[in-house]
Design a protein around this ligand. Sequence first.
Ligand code: ZN
Length: 304
Amino acid sequence: MKKHTVCKFFFLLTVLFAAGNLFSQKPIKTLLITGQNNHNWQVSHLVIQQILENSDLFTVTFSVSPEKGSDMSNFIVDFTPYDLVVLDYNGDAWPEETNRRFLEYINNGGGLVIYHAADNAFVNWKEFNEICALGGWEGRNEKAGPYVYWQDGRLVKDHTPGVGGSHGRQHEYVMNSREANHPVIQGLPLKWRHATDELYDRMRGPGNIGSLLYTAYSDKETGGSGREEPLVFTVDYGKARIFHLMLGHAGPTVEDCLAMQCTGFQVLLLRGAEWAATGKVTQAIPHDFPTETTVSLRKLYKMP
Ligand code: ZN
C-alpha cells in the first residue's frame, strides 16, 4: 500500500470508530400496550410515545387491543423483542396466552412501567396485583390488601375495611421525596410542585413496594384522604424492574394535557423507564425541573 492510501485507511477507521461510539447506545425497544381505558388513552399513548422518543433513548411500538366488549381472543402479545413494556391499559381481560407471556416476561427480569390508571386493571388477577403493589377502583376493597400510606416517617399498612382507590378534585401539589438515593430520582429536588393532576388516594393491594420515591399529601380540602399517599415507587417482584407512576391524568387533546405536560412527570417517566429497562439512569438532571413553589411545563414533550 502506498503511504497516502494507508493514511486514508486509518482516517476511515477513526471515523467509523467515532461513529460507532456515537451510536453505541442502542435505543431502548419499548412496547406500549393500550386500546382500552376509562381514560383518554387516545391522547395518553401518543403523549407517552412523544416523551420517550423525543429523548432519543427509546423507540416505541404500540400494541392496541380490540375495543372494550369485543372478542379479545386474537390479542396475543409478543413481549420477547422488547427491553421495556409500558402499560396504559385498563380494560377487558387479556387472553390466557397473553397473560402467560406477560408473566414470563416479568419473571425473566423484564422492565415495566405502570402508568396512572393501568393499576386499576385486572382486579381478579393475583399476580398482576402483586406486580402493581397497589391498585384501585373496579370493586377493590379490603380483599385486595391493606391501605398503604406514609405516616410518622414510615410506610404503614392499614387493614381497615373500605373502598380501594379514589381521588379528590384535580389541583397542583407538592411531591415529597422518600428515598433520595435511588437512581430514578438521585439529584432531583426533594420537594417539587406538580402541575394540576389527580392525586390517587386510598389505594390498596399487597403493598410490596420496593423503593418509595415520592409521596404527596392528599388534603381533605380538595376531597382527599388526609394522608400522605405513595404515588411514585418501584415494586419488589422477583427479578423484574417495575416502575409505578400514578401521576399523569390525560387531558382532552395532546395539546391540552396539563398533568402530562409537567416537566416533573416527563422526567420521572423518562428516568423510571430507563431504569426499568436497564437498571441504570444515564440522563442528566434537567435545568427546567420544577421547584417546590413553581410548576414547570414542557408543552411540546421535549427538553426546551
Ligand atoms: Zn385519571
